[in-house]
Design a protein around this ligand. Structure first.
Ligand code: TXA
Ligand code: MG
Length: 326
């Protein structure tokens, strides 16, 4: 059932009966179910074909909900919340005992975020806290536009049709549940912005799957194979000339290449929003064409581009070709 964004009461009803509803957030579309109804939470795992050991993010609309879910809100939590909520950062807390472990995969922590999207906030205000993973089949590309949801629509109870999501890349996941501050997933809010507020922040090691089970899986992959290229324009042109049946995503500085038909300019530098929200859309659009390979040229990992490159590397399954002549 496709619902209009101005009429969310039907969605509220479905969720309260244990159904699952796709709704927009400012990052990507999410599939929501009530945290209190196990049937709905289980259905999310089925719809997404999600590995059962990957815990979910609880979405809230006000801080009263937060204190009902978590054991302790530290000073670091408070600083991040003051500055960035509602917004694209999920925080890990020690959870209250009563919070069901079917949400957290048996962990004693829980990920929580307050999305900055009118529809999402209105919905959660009426349903109570919702678990909401990204609205995509596990391992595939996150959805930033209604058109990206084609495959999921028949599997869910309803979808709230909305405008394209503003940010277009998932929230940063920041673990503050211990004395260390650790970024578990890169996202729109950068390490620099975080450390300016709360001091030293480290990044999750790839091996550290206990802290964030989600990172061990291949992610964000379009149906077309993705390969990351490292090199300057001359080096990439040489490679391009010998390639077939492929499409190239290149930085805006690649002036010669940009003119070719199967070459797409990635994003504009400097603009955080444009930079982040183009990658998943491009993947969906290219999947409709009949290319064998998507080559993405690596870009300087500044600001949000670090998170964008993180998604590309995961989409490629670490398939990287280094063209640089040393
Ligand atoms: O922007 C977003 O965060 C989107 C929108 C819909 O809000 N949601 C999203 O959810 O990306 P999902 O399920 O695709 O990603 C959740 C990530 C996973 O990598 C998971 O392992 C991690 O958060 N996570 C959840 N609970 C955790 C916990 N208690 N400890 C560590 N990592 C956790
Ligand atoms: Mg996801």
């Amino acid at each position: 059932m496709i619902l209009d964004k101005d009429n969310i009461d039907e969605a509220v009803k479905i969720i309260k009966e244990g159904g699952v509803v796709i709704f927009p957030t400012e990052t990507v579309y999410g599939i929501g179910a009530s945290i209190y109804i196990e049937k709905g939470v289980k259905k999310i795992f089925e719809v997404k074909n999600r590995p059962s050991d990957n815990p979910l993010i609880v979405h809230i609309s006000n801080l009263k909900m937060l204190s009902q879910l978590v054991e302790k809100i530290s000073e670091r939590h408070k600083k991040i919340i003051d500055k960035f909520w509602p917004g694209p950062i999920s925080l890990i807390f020690k959870k209250k005992k009563e919070l069901s472990t079917y949400i957290t995969n048996g962990l004693d922590t829980v990920a929580i975020r307050m999305p900055k999207n009118k529809v999402a906030l209105e919905l959660i205000e009426k349903t109570g806290p919702l678990v909401a993973p990204s609205a995509n089949i596990s391992g595939k590309v996150s959805a930033t536009k209604f058109e990206h949801l084609e495959e999921l629509i028949p599997k869910v109870d309803a979808i709230i049709k909305s405008d394209p999501t503003e940010i277009g890349i998932e929230s940063t996941v920041l673990d503050l549940s211990t004395e260390d501050s650790i970024i578990l997933r890169k996202g729109f809010i950068t390490k620099k912005e975080i450390s300016e507020l709360i001091g030293e922040v480290s990044e999750n090691h790839k091996e550290d799957i206990i802290r964030s089970p989600g990172i061990k899986y291949k992610h964000y992959s379009p149906n077309t194979k993705v390969v990351l290229l490292k090199g300057n324009e001359e080096e990439v042109i040489e490679f391009y000339n010998s390639s077939e049946n492929s499409v190239f995503i290149v930085p805006p500085s690649f002036n010669k290449m940009k003119k070719e038909e199967n070459v797409i300019e990635f994003y504009s530098f400097g603009d955080k929003l444009v930079g982040a929200n183009r990658i998943f859309s491009l993947f969906y659009e290219i999947d409709k064409l009949n290319y064998g390979i998507i080559y993405v040229v690596e870009i300087k990992k500044e600001g949000v581009m670090e998170a964008v490159m993180d998604r590309v590397i995961r989409a490629s399954g670490n398939n990287i070709i280094d063209l640089r002549k040393k």
